[in-house]
Write a protein of this length. Structure first.
Length: 74
């Protein structure tokens, strides 16, 4: 589990000029900044962060398999 560095996320969004939804941008950030590809690892990191939890709840994602399904749709 990784603690999300929100300052680095903001810098990442500005660098890549992301117009994506914040959650999609966060997933892409986790993939590039932390070299994370496993939905299970991502979910564990998200579940330990209050802001990321709100993003998960907004999308009705409550498990790693829900996250994997969501990522398969984008």
């Amino acid at each position: 589990m990784i603690k999300i560095n929100w300052d680095e996320f903001k810098s990442y969004k500005q660098e890549v000029k992301s117009k994506d939804d914040n959650f999609i941008a966060l997933v892409n950030f986790m993939r590039s900044y932390y070299n994370m590809s496993s939905p299970r690892e991502m979910f564990e990191s998200f579940a330990s962060d209050d802001l990321a939890v709100m993003m998960l709840e907004k999308r009705d994602i409550s498990s790693p398999s829900d996250l994997e399904s969501y990522l398969g749709k984008i």
